[in-house]
Design a protein around this ligand. Structure first.
Ligand SMILES: *Cc1c(COP(=O)(O)O)cnc(C)c1O
Length: 416
């Protein structure tokens, strides 16, 4: 059998793990160890040369295990498995999605640089851009879904820092509104401002689509970022993050991770490997359930508007329809909607849910509901919230794997 031709879901149970190295255990054990014993001093010296970038790996040489901040089997096997979905050369797993995002931004930007980002982005990312990066004199320019390439290029030119544009960071579809950004358009903006000495890096936070429904590297992104807390972990029991891309860029990301020391531990690695075995079946079911829930919401008199990719695919602009067709393999399992009324009505709805839990986070097996305006996006600038359509009547749902009819009955009684 040619294992290179198998689909990732067929490889999630075994890829990269040799049972013979672990007493024949069918599952990769948890390597709860801080350090690894070298066979001899020369081996230790050679491992460190590679780990600290003093020499390249020889042909067929694999980096040996050194110390769990640098490498650990639970982390390495997990990273190799994650690479399969996005067809990436390499992956780095972190102790949170935020540490994956912030480490990547810190590695590729310097004081004085300019960041272009899509609005809205995750609340934590928004905070980091507007508070921490500003402290480092890294300025940012945001753009909304629907702005054209020419408009965005003009904005950058007018900033006076066009020559310092070093990174474009986007989220698509955006949390919580499902606004969609064209990755290929961003790749063109990147090409426009890239020079030999200063290539612009395009990173995509793909948390909303997980590794199944959108593959940003295929559309010209350099790096894919995940909060693995969401679909990848999928059971609301672990916080983790990941960054994937070419060997060259990932060597830099992993380098900074080594010195910030924010890699995931072996227990997190083991949990995520377990989660990856069911990633595809979970996400398939969640997307199927979301179709049914959206259909119900579309026809409910107490619901003013539904923000769901399945709706945009039908009723969106020609550009939106084209992006959805090209970029997404599914309409996902995240739905936001405007309830008739305001905060009072939204809170009444949230407090009346019973099967669906009132909690932030998303992508897990259980369905969750929250109020972005006062919860996940509480910290976003009020003016920004207005233009991004994050209002007091907006409710966000993450659809889980429950029976869809039960989810609909819960929503129905809560709307009543
Ligand atoms: C949750 C989330 C993050 C942050 O991830 P953590 O694992 O909570 O640190 C980043 N981006 C998006 C889109 C998210 O939903």
């Amino acid at each position: 059998m040619n294992f290179n031709e198998l689909k990732p879901e067929s490889l999630m149970m075994s890829y990269g793990y040799k049972p013979s190295l672990s007493e024949g255990a069918i599952k990769c054990p948890i390597f709860q160890t801080s350090t690894f014993v070298f066979n001899n001093a020369m081996e230790g010296k050679r491992f460190f040369e590679v780990a600290y970038g003093l020499r390249e790996l020889d042909e067929n040489e694999e980096l040996g295990l050194i110390y769990s901040r640098l490498n650990n089997p639970d982390l390495e096997i997990l990273e190799n498995r994650l690479c399969l979905w996005d067809k990436a050369d390499d992956c780095a797993v972190f102790e949170s999605g935020m540490s994956a995002i912030t480490t990547t931004m810190l590695e590729f930007m310097e004081p004085g640089d300019l960041l272009l980002y899509s609005k809205p982005v995750y609340g934590g990312t928004d905070h980091f851009i507007h508070h921490f990066l500003k402290k480092l004199n890294i300025q940012s320019i945001g753009f909304l879904a629907g702005e054209t390439k020419e408009e965005i290029i003009e904005k950058i030119n007018q900033s006076g820092r066009a020559d310092r544009l070093t990174m474009i960071h986007i989220e698509t579809p955006a949390n919580p509104t499902n606004a969609i950004i064209d990755i290929e358009m961003c790749a063109k903006i990147k090409a426009h401002f890239s020079t030999e000495e200063k290539p612009v890096i395009l990173s995509v936070d793909n948390t909303y689509m997980g590794p199944i429904w959108q593959h940003p590297l295929e559309h010209g992104a350099d790096l894919v970022l995940y909060s693995a807390t969401k679909y990848i972990g999928g059971h609301s029991d672990v916080i983790a993050g990941a960054c994937l891309g070419s060997s060259k860029l990932m060597a830099r990301v992993k380098g900074l991770r080594t010195f910030l020391g924010n890699m995931a531990g072996p227990w997190t690695g083991w949990l995520l490997m377990r989660s990856l075995e069911t990633l595809k079946v979970r996400m398939d079911q969640q997307a199927q359930n979301a179709v049914k829930v959206a259909e119900f919401l579309n026809n409910h008199p107490s619901v003013e508007a539904v923000y769901y990719l399945g709706n945009t695919a039908k009723k969106g602009t020609a550009e939106e329809k084209e992006i959805i067709k090209r970029q997404f393999k599914s309409h996902g399992a995240m739905i936001a909607f405007d309830i008739k009324g305001g905060e009072k009505e939204a809170f009444k709805f949230l407090d009346s849910l019973s099967l669906i839990k009132l909690a932030v986070s998303l992508g897990g097996t259980e369905s969750l509901a929250e109020h972005p305006q006062t919860m996940t996006h509480a910290d976003v600038d009020p003016e920004d919230k207005k233009v991004m359509n994050i209002t007091e009547k907006l409710v966000r749902l993450s659809i889980g794997v429950e029976n869809y009819a039960d989810l609909i009955s819960d929503i129905k009684q809560a709307l009543k």
